[in-house]
Design a protein around this ligand. Structure first.
Ligand code: ADE
Length: 232
C-alpha cells in the first residue's frame, strides 16, 4: 500500500488536512512535527516543513528515512507567473527547478545544480494525471494548469523580478519549496507532485494580495489533496 508524505510549508497549508485525518503517531524531528495516520482511507504523513528550500529538503529526507514514504505531495500556495493562472486557480507541476541557482561561470545552464546532471525535476506522470482528474471532479469551477514550478528563497513581489522568472525560466508559478522537494525526491527515487493554488500574482500587488487570498487558496489545495490520496 502507498504511504504518502504530504508537505506544506506553513500551518495554513496543512491545518485542514491535519484536522481531517486520523493521527496514529506524532513524531518530532528536525524541528518539525510529523503526523502519521489515515486521510480519506489513505496512509499519509502530514507535515509542516517551514518556509524555504532548506526546511523543505530536510523534511523530504526525514519522510524517506524515518517514514519510508512511497510518494510525496507538496501542497500550498504560489505566486502566478502565467496570465492564464488567476488567484485561486491550481498549478499541477510537470517539472520544478531552482531559480536561485547560478553556476553559469562554470558553464552550467542557469538553474542547474553543478554535477547533478539535471536542471528540471520531472513530477510523476501518474500523479499528474490523477491530480488533473481529481481537480476536474472536486474543483470544477477553477482553472487548472500543468506547468513549471520555479522555486527560490525569496518572496517574489516585484514586476521586474517576476518578468525575469518568466523570461529566463519560463516558470508558471513561483514559490519557495517545490524545487527542493522535487530535488530531494529525485535523489531518493521517490515519485512526487507539487500542487499549488495561486494566492497572488508575484508582482507589485503580491504583498497585499497574499494575506487576502492565501486562506482560500490553501483550502482549494487541501480539498484537492484529500480527494487525491486514496487514488495514489
Ligand atoms: N508563495 C506564494 N506567493 C509567492 C510569491 N509571490 N513568491 C514566493 N513564494 C510565494
Amino acid at each position: 500500500m502507498s504511504r504518502i508524505g504530504i508537505i506544506g510549508a506553513m500551518e495554513l497549508e496543512v491545518e485542514t488536512l491535519k484536522k481531517e485525518m486520523k493521527v496514529t503517531r506524532r513524531v518530532k524531528k528536525a524541528g518539525m512535527e510529523f503526523n502519521e495516520g489515515e486521510l480519506n482511507g489513505a496512509q499519509v504523513v502530514v507535515v509542516r516543513s517551514g518556509v524555504g528550500k532548506v526546511n523543505a529538503a530536510l523534511c523530504v529526507q526525514v519522510l524517506v528515512d524515518i517514514f519510508e514514504v512511497t510518494h510525496i505531495i507538496n501542497t500550498g500556495v504560489a505566486g502566478s507567473l502565467n496570465a492564464k493562472l488567476d488567484i485561486g486557480d491550481i498549478l499541477i507541476s510537470k517539472t520544478a527547478l531552482h531559480h536561485d541557482v547560478d553556476a553559469t561561470n562554470f558553464g552550467y545552464p542557469i538553474g542547474e545544480v553543478p554535477q547533478l546532471g539535471i536542471k528540471e525535476f520531472p513530477a510523476d506522470e501518474k500523479m499528474i494525471e490523477l491530480a488533473k482528474e481529481t481537480c476536474a471532479k472536486v474543483l470544477p469551477e477553477l482553472h487548472t494548469l500543468v506547468g513549471r514550478v520555479v522555486s527560490g528563497d525569496q518572496f517574489i513581489a516585484e514586476k521586474a523580478v517576476k518578468e525575469r522568472l518568466i523570461n529566463v525560466f519560463q516558470g508558471d508559478c513561483c514559490e519557495m519549496e517545490g524545487a527542493s522537494i522535487a530535488h530531494g525526491a529525485y535523489l531518493n527515487d521517490v515519485p512526487f507532485v507539487i500542487l499549488r493554488a495561486i494566492s497572488d500574482k508575484a508582482d507589485d500587488s503580491a504583498q497585499m494580495d497574499y494575506p487576502t487570498f492565501e486562506k482560500a487558496a490553501a483550502e482549494h489545495c487541501a480539498k484537492l489533496v484529500k480527494a487525491l490520496v486514496p487514488n495514489i
